[in-house]
Design a protein around this ligand. Sequence first.
Ligand code: FES
Length: 318
Amino acid sequence: MTLLTAKVLDRWEEAPDIASLRLVRADGGTLPPFSPGAHIDVYLPGGHVRQYSLCNGPNEKGDYRIAVLRAPGSRGGSIAVHEQLHVGDIVTIGTPRNTFPLQHEQRSVLLAGGIGITPLLSMAKHLCELDCDFSLHYCARSPARTAFREELAASRFAHRVHYHFDDGPPEQKFSVEAAIGAPTPGVGIFVCGPSGFIEHVRRGAERGGFAPDQVHAEYFGAEPQGAYGDRPFIIQIASTGQQIVVGAERTAVQALAAAGIEIMTSCEQGFCGTCVTRVLAGECDHRDICLSAEEKERNAAFTPCCSRASTPLLVLDL
Ligand code: FES
């Protein structure tokens, strides 16, 4: 990932507590292209680094658009955006990365929980441009607190958008089964939102007969467990046999970095999946929310930014 210097070109209130920002390169250059579902790291005032999905469609190439919810209980990231990022400010961003890629299916079902709409908005614009079959189900608290309503209403895919409001009548409430339909091959389910929403969708898809790999998820508003623990453990590097002690006070990524082994990270909180590393032996104490229950059960992958070991030794495919 390369860092870029960006400028806040525009900013507006998308809905109460949701700020939309338009970022351009500060030097007037061209921004790198990206695929739908991609996010950028934003280096915020106060030293926070946060990941925000890009909302742009395929024809919106001159800027990066992000939308940020002022999260209750924010650890500083969303507050910094809302209170300290203004039009004209300069901000460092990373080049786009995609841990939630859109796979072109015969039919795509996009399921958004709240601000989880952002990557799905980009996907919907791309699918519409390609004339693909898709539907977008957007769950939100109320019409007044729903971001992008005007943009969605004015889009060419407005007829594919279904709203489900917490304060709406029962007949419009969200039903996973109704949204995803029959479990036919060639259907891809893309879900983004809080972990509870995603688990609800995963369980509904499983009950409905969908294969786990038909559900693609990205977490927002994640509440990962702490990355530190009171038990040290040892990581063995499979390619060299080197053993590295991960003390109780540091994460596996930190211990590996101290030994000169850099792991690419992004969120460092267990929800983006950037750091996922193959496990060859030992058992993980999974503390992330990006691996599925099945992946955790298989114990073949590990998120060293936050997860630990439940056995004294973990052998990683490094
Ligand atoms: Fe995001 Fe590890 S860096 S899950």
